[in-house]
Ligand binder design. Structure first.
Ligand SMILES: [Zn+2]
Ligand SMILES: [Zn+2]
Length: 153
């Protein structure tokens, strides 16, 4: 058993959290669980899981052709579901080009044959990426300075 903390921000162990869904031991019971596990799949570049949990109507054929991003945090703002439809509003933070970007999205989920699937999302504009100084604490929460952590030359 690994004691890795789940990247989704739950503070639980990965094996007790999104790992259950990524490994296929169980399916995500609510849109929020699916959202968290999909964030972790992006984080780990688990394209199989992303495909499995994507609505076939909207699945992008070129998934994975872009450079993997440095995801550093997920915050669920609101999650709701009604019968076979769900909505999750979240902010995901990533570092790209030594800048901190915040992806603020409202995602829409459909339940098909008992499985929640990601359908699509609306972006909320949260302003420009923020340039990070090497001497500030890294936004990933490691406790290290950015210059000694996610900084890329
Ligand atoms: Zn998790
Ligand atoms: Zn870091």
């Amino acid at each position: 058993m690994s004691s890795e903390i789940c990247p989704c921000g739950s503070k639980k162990e990965f094996d007790q959290c999104c790992g259950i869904y990524l490994s296929g031991k169980a399916v995500a019971p609510h849109p929020e669980d699916l959202m968290r596990s999909r964030y972790v799949a992006f984080y780990r570049n688990d394209l199989d899981y992303l495909k499995k949990t994507w609505h076939p109507e909207t699945y992008p054929e070129d998934l994975g052709s872009e450079e993997p991003s440095n995801w550093v945090g997920l915050e669920i703002i609101e999650a709701s579901e009604e019968e076979d439809e769900g909505e999750v509003e979240f902010k995901a933070r990533l570092i790209y080009d030594n800048k901190l970007e915040v992806l603020h999205e409202i995602s829409y989920f459909d339940k098909i044959d008992g499985l929640w699937l990601y359908h699509s999302g609306d972006f909320e504009n949260d302003g420009k990426p923020e340039k990070l100084s090497k001497s500030t604490p890294c936004p990933c929460g490691s406790g290290k300075k950015f210059g000694n952590c996610h900084f890329q030359k």
